[in-house]
Design a protein around this ligand. Structure first.
Ligand SMILES: C[S@@+](CC[C@H](N)C(=O)[O-])C[C@H]1O[C@@H](n2cnc3c(N)ncnc32)[C@H](O)[C@@H]1O
Length: 325
């Protein structure tokens, strides 16, 4: 399994750059308490049913919105993201006393990850795959690094509101074809997906899937009601969301959370490098490899160098940069 990714068309694997135009993703969350609450509820419910993890990876973890929750459920958490701004915000908020081995911040590209096969026993991916046009390659690469369990948030084409909008425009068969649907703008494209097609791809990759929850079933409801009604209505909407998370699985909400379990668990291919980094990074280093050629890494306190292709990866504060090129 530890093979290199096939070369992909660059435009398909282009990364959504959150660092452009001084964007700060934390601002997106102003006034979205309901959405955050709805997701957190699902994650908490999931964690009551699944064993605590040794190594948890948050793929496209942003500024670490869910990290405190993940840290309560895992001995070691690794946040991977492409955005310097998000990672720096995560470092400031979550590592006020520096690295202690419970949280690692890795700058990386989800299409070319610097981790060995099965490096993590649990993977979490929320609000990320709408950025991934080459979804098959991305699922393959992300899944390769996870040995047994994975929570994957899938934005679907055929959610209730999309169907209702389609019907209003006289379209009955909204989103029924199995390909991704491109929305957004040419500069900022987003994709949503056919849930069956994603599950089928994951099945081919060795995962069995169940739909764990339909999430954010009443997205932006606060904006649809007069301000003075939002507060008294909140408990009602929260109650309805709790019910819809179960009954709406597969069709209601725009985000469907898939719970994936490997049909044959994959043992981590850990390899202790000849030269280890100082400090807590020595714990993660055996699970890492060169994201460009999958060669072994040699470490110093501030850099990792690939013994095969000589690619060098540096560190800024607590953030290790494993983006190729
Ligand atoms: C909408 S945010 C979600 C962040 C976090 N998962 C959350 O739920 O708050 C999407 C994140 O995915 C990251 N991202 C998108 N494409 C990526 C890629 N190819 N490689 C690494 N990170 C990527 C972005 O930098 C951004 O932080």
């Amino acid at each position: 399994m530890q093979s290199q990714l096939p070369a992909t068309d660059e435009t398909r694997t282009q990364v959504a750059n959150y660092d452009e135009d001084q964007y700060d993703y934390r601002d997106f969350w102003a006034g979205r308490d309901y959405e955050h609450w709805a997701e957190t509820r699902v994650l908490r419910r999931l964690f009551t049913r699944t064993p605590r993890a040794e190594w948890l990876v948050d793929l496209g973890g942003g500024f670490g919105r869910h990290i405190p929750l993940y840290q309560a459920h895992a001995a070691h958490v690794v946040l991977v993201d492409y955005s310097w701004t998000n990672l720096a915000n995560a470092e400031r908020a979550l590592m006020p006393h520096g690295a202690d081995g419970s949280l690692f911040l890795i700058r990386g590209n989800l299409y070319h990850l610097p981790f060995r096969d099965g490096a993590f026993d649990l993977g979490m991916t929320t609000r990320v795959i709408h950025h991934l046009k080459a979804i098959d390659e991305a699922l393959d690469e992300m899944g390769r690094t996870i040995g047994s369990r994975w929570l994957l948030d899938v934005p679907i084409k055929t959610h209730l509101l999309a169907r209702a909008r389609g019907l209003a425009h006289g379209r009955v068969r909204v989103g029924r074809d199995r390909g991704p649907n491109a929305i957004g703008t040419a500069d900022t494209p987003f994709y949503n997906f056919h849930l069956g097609a994603i599950r089928e791809r994951l099945r081919q990759l060795g995962w069995s899937s169940t739909i764990f929850a339909s999430v954010n079933n009443f997205r932006r409801w606060e904006r649809a009601v007069p301000g003075r009604l939002a507060r008294p209505l909140r408990p009602v909407v929260h109650g309805l969301e709790m019910a819809a998370q179960r009954v709406g699985r597969g069709w209601w909400g725009p985000a469907q959370f898939l719970w994936l379990v490997r049909t044959s668990p994959l043992a981590a291919r850990v390899a202790v490098p000849t030269a280890l980094p100082a400090g807590p990074m020595a714990l993660l280093a055996p699970r890492m490899m060169c994201p460009a050629c999958h060669g072994d890494l040699e470490w110093s306190a501030d850099a990792a160098r690939c013994v095969a292709c000589q690619g060098t990866y540096g560190r800024k504060g607590a953030i290790w940069d494993f983006v190729v090129g």
